[in-house]
Structures are given as C-alpha cells and as structure tokens.
Design a protein around this ligand. Structure first.
Ligand SMILES: [Zn+2]
Length: 538
C-alpha cells in the first residue's frame, strides 16, 4: 500500500513535537484515503462471520481492516457504528434493458436504492446478439449501475432461423455458435435461454447442448429460464433434469433463473428440486440458481394460461384461433386447466390490459362482473390486447427451502407492475433475515454479492477485500426494507445510507446524488481467451 508522504511527514512531525519521538513509528503508518467507514459491521460477501471493522476507499479500490484503524485518515471519514457495510449487490436477473435505453430510466434509482451496483440484462433468452453495440447504446445516457450482459438463445434463433417454431438444423446451430463465440469474445457472461417461451421452447435439448459447448470453451455460464416451473409441459422436475443434462454434456456452468415451484400441483416440491441439484453438485457439476423473494410471479396472461402449441404463429394467429369455433373449445379447456393449476382466477392480478376498464382487478372479479367462467373472461381479455398479470402462485415455505441453499443467489427479475423491481433485496433482508430469521445476514449478503460475482466470473467485485473495486454499500439494519407493494409497485426502498460505484458516491447520507457511474462489465471484455474445462485461461 502506498503511504501518502506529505500527510505522513506533517503528522509525524506534529506528533513528535507533542509527545516525543517514540510515537514516530506509529505516525509513520498514517495512510490517507478518499473515504473511510468506521465501526460498521463488515459483512464481506464470503458468507463468513461478520466483524466490526473499517472499510476505506482510495482511487476506487478497497482497503479492509478488522477493528479500528486510527492511522487511516480521509476527507470523508464516516462513523458507521450500528450500520452494515457490504459489497454492492449484484442482481443476476433483471429486465432493465428498456430502462437503460431511456434518458430517465437509465439512472436506475430503483436498483441503487436496493443497494444494487451491478445488474445483469439479456436473461430469459432475450439478450442482444451484438454485445458491443448494446453496451454502446446503454452508455448513451450514462448508466446508474454497472451492467453485465448475456447473449440470448431466443435472440440467436431469431437472428439465424427463418422460423423459430421448429428445431434448428445442424447448419443453423453452427451459425449460432459463430455468433455466440463472437459475443463471448465481446464480454458476454454467457448464454441465456427461455425454454419456456415461444422462441426457445421449440429447441431440442441437443441444440442447447451444442451451443453450451461454445459457452464452456469460454468459461461462461448457461443461464436458463427452464422449460417448466409448474406441472405444465414437461413439468418442473424434468426441466431441472434437462438443465443438469445440458451442463453435464456441454461442460458449461449451469444457472437456473428465478428458481421456484409454481402452482398447486408442485407446491411442497422445492425439497425435491433441491435434492436433484445438490446431487448434481456433489458429482462436481457447477450448478447454481437465483431467486426473488416474493410469492407472486409476473408475466403475460397469454404465457400463463395458453399452452405453447396454441401460441405458435404469433399473436394474430393465436387470436384468430381463439375466435374460431373449431379450436376455441379446446383452447378454453386448456386455459381452464392452467388457470386452476396456478391457483385459480383469484390468483391473477391484472396489471396491464388492452381494455383499461379491467386494469387492477383480479381475473375472478372480471369473470364475476361479466358473468362468465374465468377462462372465457381470460379469452375476452386476451382478445382485447396484451395483458400482463401478477400471478400469486408460490408458497413461502418453498421459497424458504430454496433460499437456505448456499448456491441460491438473489435476483429481482424486475418488471413493471411488480414490486420486485423496486424492493427485492431489501425485502429479502427485512422479511427473511429480520422477521423470520430464516437466513443469517452473512448469507443474505453473500447471496447478493460474492456468490453472484463468482457465478458471473467477475474477478474483483462482490467482496470486501483489499484491492477489490469499491462497489460499496452501507445500510441501516433497522431501516433497510422495501416500500413497494402489489398496490404500489414502484416505491423506492429505504435504508441505504451510502452506496458507491468504484468509489463514487451515488447515495450519500441516504440521498441519491444523481451520479451515473455504471460501467459495462464483462468477465473478459474485448479480449477473452479460450479457457479449459477447469475454467483456467490457457
Ligand atoms: Zn424468466
């Protein structure tokens, strides 16, 4: 560490004058920093026991010390007694692309106030194929947080295939591999898939394995919204098996997005899912997951209630099918079953509707007002335009089973209309650390920082360690909580006192400073070398 000479000499001199030459040795160790946080509870991202200590920042890098550091001095010297000092959080699953492109939205205040300093975009198979261009577009307005990208499997299919409602040919897979390789070289953290969604759902497992072989060669991660999270389609357990197989046969690290057991038929099955993943981990497979701490998911009503085969061909085609007496009866029956599976019509809250009258109501209420069965009311809503719903389809007990696993990270899956976009990290802390005592604070912090950095392959973030980049969070353990709810989904969270991106204060004494210091992060931006199966660069 460099000792700041001028300060050192001046102080040493005055000390020597005041109390004699014997203190000269101590005074010589005076170190000057840009900022210091003292007496805080240091929770360093490793999952190890927190301790009271000092965290300092100089030139955007961290210095960390157990206990007091009387010889450290700084212009900004903050007493953080009673506060938690943690690495800035990393959100592994967001839908922040549109916000990042928007002059206002790109400030990312909803993430900063959760303590998040880095977001991942391009999840669910939707990530841009041209990584460099997306990074450039994002930087146009300045980003409030750092950004990591995945390239999307669905986007690759759309770029290469004339129609995506079928399996890819060998030639198409080879073309996709070329684009994928280029994206990984440009700093993509890996490949995301949405095998549940239309574009990805028509892919065979083998197609994904072939693409993941390329991911594995670059030491990247395969991040998947798996083929099923409920009893629909292949079912959640078979979908987990598929993800494990993809990892095993390709050699890529596997990451399960927003892990859950969704709907009545699979409630209570979290333990079974965990056992499958644990068994694969015990055999040496690198497999992890992320999770948002809410019992409701959010998606399009179409995706929630219409089986894939009825969605094929695009919205005009399926809407025509829904009106056609020849197919309508079968589709309504399909919708009736799916509505029931997710917990019944009461469990759907309508966020966005083509016909504004129904916005904010439950599907059950729409059905009652119209005097129709829920599936007929749903068909009516779908016919009138795009419908987004919050769907209450999980049980807190299952959420707890997943959350306790040391390989489950925190994410928001933030989308408009759902409070998870504004309050996921504080909610996990407030509800599951403080209220329910389900996990200790060190596991909460690890799952939100160090673990996430490890999953993405970020080398010098996610931990409070000497020399690491100063993405730094100080929060008040008594006040850190979400204020967003299903009634008011877009209220900023409370309790973050300080937040730094590479040593720049973006929240100062609880107030957003307006600085936009986000960077484009890649595990190896610009010059990724091929890595061996052991993850070590060759
Ligand atoms: Zn998803």
């Amino acid at each position: 560490m460099i000792i700041h000479l001028k300060a050192c000499v001046a102080l040493a001199f005055s000390f020597a004058l005041a109390v004699g030459a014997t203190v000269y040795a101590n005074a010589a160790e005076i170190e000057e920093f840009d900022a210091i946080f003292r007496h805080g509870l240091v929770v360093d991202g490793s999952g190890e026991e927190p301790y009271v200590g000092t965290v300092a920042v100089r030139d955007g890098r961290l210095s960390v010390l157990k206990g007091d550091a009387p010889n450290w001095i700084a212009g900004m010297d903050t007493d953080a007694a009673g506060k938690v000092i943690a690495p800035g959080f990393i959100d592994l699953h967001t839908h922040a692309r549109a916000d990042l492109m928007d002059p206002q939205g790109s400030a990312m205040t909803n993430y900063l106030t959760q303590g998040v300093t880095t977001v991942v975009i391009g999840n669910d198979g939707d990530g841009a194929v041209d990584i460099t261009r997306r990074f450039t577009d994002i930087q146009e307005h300045g980003a409030g947080t750092n950004v990591v990208q995945y390239i999307g499997h669905g986007a690759l299919r759309r770029a290469v295939m004339s129609r995506t409602d079928r399996a890819a040919t060998e030639a198409e897979i080879a073309t996709m591999q070329g684009l994928l390789e280029s994206a990984l070289q440009q700093g993509a953290a890996g490949l995301s898939s949405g095998l549940f969604y239309a574009d990805g759902s028509f892919a065979t497992t083998q197609e994904v394995i072939e693409l993941c072989k390329t991911v594995a060669r670059y030491g990247g991660v395969y991040d998947s919204h798996i083929r099923a999270e409920s009893s629909r389609g292949v079912g959640v357990l078979a979908a987990i098996d598929e993800a494990i197989r993809i990892g095993r046969e390709s050699g890529a690290a596997v990451h399960i997005a927003h892990i859950k057991v969704l709907g009545r038929d699979v409630w209570g099955k979290a333990q079974e899912v965990v056992a499958k993943i644990q068994a694969a981990r015990d055999q040496g497979l690198r497999i992890t997951a992320d999770q948002y701490p809410w019992i409701a998911s959010s998606t399009q009503l179409k995706s929630a209630v219409l089986s894939k085969e009825w969605q094929a061909g695009g919205s005009q085609v399926w809407r025509a099918r829904l009106r056609d007496p020849a197919t309508r009866t079968l589709m309504l029956e399909d919708m009736r079953i799916n509505i029931d599976r997710r917990g019944g019509p009461e469990s759907f809250l309508l966020l966005e509707t083509g016909d504004a009258r129904w916005k904010g109501l439950r599907l059950a209420e729409v059905a009652a007002i119209r005097g129709e069965p829920p599936e007929v009311a749903a068909a009516h809503l779908l016919d009138a335009g795009t419908v987004r719903v919050v769907s209450f389809n999980m049980q807190e007990e299952d959420i707890g089973v997943f959350m306790r696993q040391p390989w489950v990270a925190t994410s928001s899956d933030g989308t408009n209309g759902h409070p998870r976009k504004f309050g996921s990290f504080p909610r996990k802390y407030h509800r599951y650390v403080r209220e329910l005592n389900l996990i200790p604070v060190e596991q909460f912090v690890r799952s939100s920082s160090g673990l996430s950095a490890d999953i993405l392959g970020l080398k010098d973030r996610g931990y409070l360690r000497n020399g690491y980049i100063a993405d730094l969070l100080v929060f008040d353990p008594n006040l850190f909580r979400e204020r967003a709810s299903f009634q008011e989904w877009n209220r900023l969270s409370a309790g973050v006192d300080y937040l730094m991106l590479a040593g720049n204060l973006v929240i100062d004494k609880g107030t957003l400073t307006g600085l936009r210091k986000g960077k484009s992060l890649g595990p190896c931006p610009g010059s990724c070398s091929v890595v061996g199966s052991n993850g070590i660069s060759k």
